[in-house]
Design a protein around this ligand. Structure first.
Ligand SMILES: Nc1ncnc2c1ncn2[C@@H]1O[C@H](COP(=O)(O)OP(=O)(O)OP(=O)(O)O)[C@@H](O)[C@H]1O
Ligand SMILES: [Mg+2]
Length: 302
């Protein structure tokens, strides 16, 4: 395990060293999270690097990543712990009928029969981990309340066994896509990080990191176009994930430029709704064509 980072710059450099290019507020909040031991609520549109931040943080801190993927109906048994019923049953059968229930009970509710789920795993880990509670907005409010208890006390009560106190403090990240408003109680206990689409130069760096073979000229044009597409009123604007996919697709196709034709052929990599495709073709595709015509016209003697 590496020591905790000493400064914001340390965190920024560390994240960069594992292939994550943080914005200023990302590095700052990540540093505070490690220094203050507070969970971070990470909000923002899809595909802007919320989940990746947790992975990058774990890998730069040299910690294990424990992941709890949230979904509707997620319950304590899948998040905290479960009793291993089959093993308990086997033990009861193996012991035969001659023992008193109270003896058997002591036996089968021991740690040996406990199945630790991500939250228990994270707080009882011998070495501190990074705990990723992904898509927290998909769960319901009851689950959130249970989570609050774990995140504020760093302990879990198991009726049959007693209280499990945290042996180590995890760094906790809670990404959310904002499909529902989270409770004030949760927000109060967390640091807040809003991850938005990055600025042009920042996105250019990210794209070049993921597709280093793509020429700087094409990469720059790509992020400029992505920026234009995001300005349109679309159901689902393209994210960083789409920019990276597009860069890789263009490389594979051996594109030398993103002209109107290449754009039309490949725009389904970045736009994924039927109606959005129409809007983008009309607004950006046409612009590219007229730009090309303009260049062509001025370059040619009449
Ligand atoms: N700052 C960054 N530096 C390097 N790569 C990045 C950065 N931000 C995003 N990426 C890349 O963008 C892609 C999408 O990121 P990620 O899956 O973390 O998005 P997300 O915000 O969790 O999306 P969703 O809300 O859909 O789960 C990943 O391939 C990731 O590597
Ligand atoms: Mg994610």
């Amino acid at each position: 395990m590496t020591a905790l980072p000493a400064s914001v710059e340390d965190v920024a450099a560390g994240l960069r060293s594992v292939g994550y290019l943080p914005g200023d507020s990302t590095a700052l909040v990540a540093y505070l999270a490690t220094a203050l031991g507070k969970p971070v609520l990470v909000e923002g549109p899809a595909g802007v690097g919320k989940t990746e931040l947790a992975k990058a943080l774990a890998s730069f801190l040299g910690r294990e990543l424990v992941r709890l993927q949230c979904y509707e109906g997620l319950d304590e048994a899948k998040a905290l712990y479960e009793w291993n019923y089959r093993k308990q049953l086997l033990r009861i059968q193996a012991e035969g009928d001659d023992r008193h229930w109270s003896e058997v009970q002591d036996d089968i509710f021991g740690e040996e029969f406990l199945l630790a789920r991500p939250l228990l795993t994270a707080i009882s880990a011998p070495e501190p981990v990074v705990l990723l509670i992904d898509e927290i907005d998909k769960t319901d409010q009851e689950f959130e309340a249970m989570l609050l208890e774990v995140l504020s006390d760093f302990q879990i009560s198991i009726p049959e066994l007693g209280r499990v106190d945290a042996t180590t403090r995890p760094v906790v990240l809670l990404p959310s896509n904002n499909t529902r408003e989270l409770t004030e109680a949760l927000k109060r206990r967390c640091l807040y990080l809003w991850l938005d689409y990055p600025a042009l130069e920042h996105e250019l760096q990210i794209v070049r990191l993921h597709a280093p073979e793509l020429s700087e000229t094409i990469a720059r044009k790509l992020v400029e176009l992505i920026g234009m597409v995001r300005e349109l009123d679309l159901k689902k604007p393209p994210s960083i994930a789409e920019s990276i996919d597009w860069a890789r697709a263009l490389l594979l196709l051996g594109a030398q430029d993103i002209d109107a034709e290449t754009f039309t052929q490949t725009m389904s990599v970045i736009v994924k709704h039927r109606t959005d495709l129409d809007i983008v073709a009309e607004r950006v595709g046409v612009k590219l064509t007229s730009l090309a015509d303009g260049k062509h016209g001025s370059g040619q003697p009449a």
